[in-house]
Design a protein around this ligand. Structure first.
Ligand code: SAM
Ligand code: SF4
Ligand code: SF4
Length: 371
């Protein structure tokens, strides 16, 4: 029998409306949080809906026909998202990732891509504008997204074996359609394409090597992600996590690897290359080797709440400000005040002492806040 994990509190109601500081300042790009981390990366969730029910993210038993998804009126409009994005860019954001739920389910998403791609950093640079998708609609949408100005995509794919993949997505979705989506994205130039595989012990670990072999010598960068304790509905247990070090050893035994230096500060993946020149892989050790010390990401939920950590229990309700009479300068100063007060480092604390953490009852779901 499958256990049903139900959040005790609806995390979406735990919010505060940001205060507007009494003295307003212009952004100067020097914004830092309490741990001296800049604000560089904004992840925007454009829908809380998804056509998959991945067992580790939106388990069917919780996200069923009775689940209260957000009404359309609660969603930020494209204009509201773009207004907020502009303010974040003035504070130093150079990278924007669209996510969800499944972002390609948001109607006319390419229109939002077009609006965001026209924004520039204070130095006049284009944004690193990207999107994470389960790939199911990519074959249909790749050309539109590219033409609208999207730079690249990351595609989630947890197995190559059709039966395993279907067990993971839990909606009987065939792997060939995702592979066709990846090909289509490559054809139109949405690269370099990263492929994300969440590894859950006892579920898809037998797919580690087939995935490595399949994507070796290809234009794609495969990244293995440790299964995380996000949200409250996946019933996460530490012994279901396969540490990156173990994944690396399993691959290295057959396909020898060599470590590479990180590309940039705040990069989440450890980089490894095949010694025979067959390309590189990434290992994202969110559980066993936390990277909070470099974490420069803010997250905007579908209904306009800013979260300063994936594991935050509550968000800052910017929709209230956007739909009130606030000026851009007031909203900008509210953003700055929240970032300056940020001290989040959940994963470091969890890694330091997993057993002391309270049970996950109020954490925000990944499908709501975006990965
Ligand atoms: N639907 C899109 C997708 O699957 O790519 C975008 C949203 S999804 C929430 C973003 C990423 O979060 C995916 O790569 C997914 O595999 C990852 N993810 C979701 N739940 C996770 C968990 N419990 N642990 C680790 N990664 C998770
Ligand atoms: Fe949907 Fe992505 Fe979550 Fe899977 S990981 S259920 S595709 S939002
Ligand atoms: Fe960033 Fe929070 Fe994840 Fe740490 S736990 S890396 S602060 S999102």
């Amino acid at each position: 029998m499958t256990e049903k994990f139900i959040p005790l509190t609806d995390y979406r109601s735990l919010n505060s409306v940001p205060e507007i500081p009494s003295v307003l300042e212009a952004p100067n790009g020097l914004l830092r949080d309490t741990l001296a981390r800049p604000l560089h990366d904004l992840r925007i969730s454009v829908t809380d809906h998804c056509n998959f029910r991945c067992v580790y993210c939106m388990p069917k038993e919780v996200f069923d026909k009775d689940y209260a998804f957000l009404p359309h009126s609660a969603l930020l409009s494209f204009e509201e998202i773009t207004r907020l994005a502009k303010i974040f860019i003035e504070h130093g954001v150079e990278k924007i990732r669209l996510t969800g739920g499944e972002p390609l389910l948001r109607k006319n998403i390419e229109r939002l891509v077009g609006m965001l791609s026209s924004l520039r950093t204070p130095a006049g640079r284009e944004l690193d504008l990207t999107l994470t998708t389960n790939g199911s609609l990519l074959a249909k949408k790749a050309r539109l997204l590219k033409d609208a100005g999207l730079k690249r995509v990351t595609v989630s794919l947890d197995a190559l074996d059709d039966a395993v993949f279907k067990r993971m997505n839990d909606v009987d979705f065939p792997v060939t359609d995702v592979l066709a989506g990846i090909d289509a994205a490559h054809q139109v130039g949405l690269g370099p394409i990263k492929i994300n595989m969440v590894v859950k012990r006892g579920m898809n670990e037998q797919e580690i090597l087939p995935m490595a072999r399949h994507f070796k010598d290809s234009p794609y960068i495969l990244r293995f992600i440790e299964y995380m304790d996000v949200g409250a509905s996946n019933g996460w247990k530490m012994d279901e996590v396969i540490p990156s070090a173990e994944i690396m050893r399993r691959i290295d035994a057959e396909l020898p690897l060599q470590q590479l230096a990180p590309n940039s500060v705040g990069e989440t993946a450890g980089r490894w290359r095949y010694q025979d020149g067959g390309g590189e892989i990434g290992l994202i050790s969110s559980v066993t080797q936390a990277f909070c010390h470099d974490c420069n990401r803010a997250r905007l939920s579908t209904e306009g709440k800013i979260y300063t950590c994936l594991f935050a229990g509550s968000g800052h309700d910017f929709r209230e400000l956007l739909r009130g009479n606030c000026s851009d300068s007031e909203i900008s100063n509210a953003v700055a005040q929240i970032w300056r007060a940020r001290g989040d480092r959940y994963s470091e604390l969890r890694s330091a002492n997993t057993s002391d953490l309270p049970p996950a009852t109020r954490k925000v779901e990944m499908s709501y806040i975006g990965g």
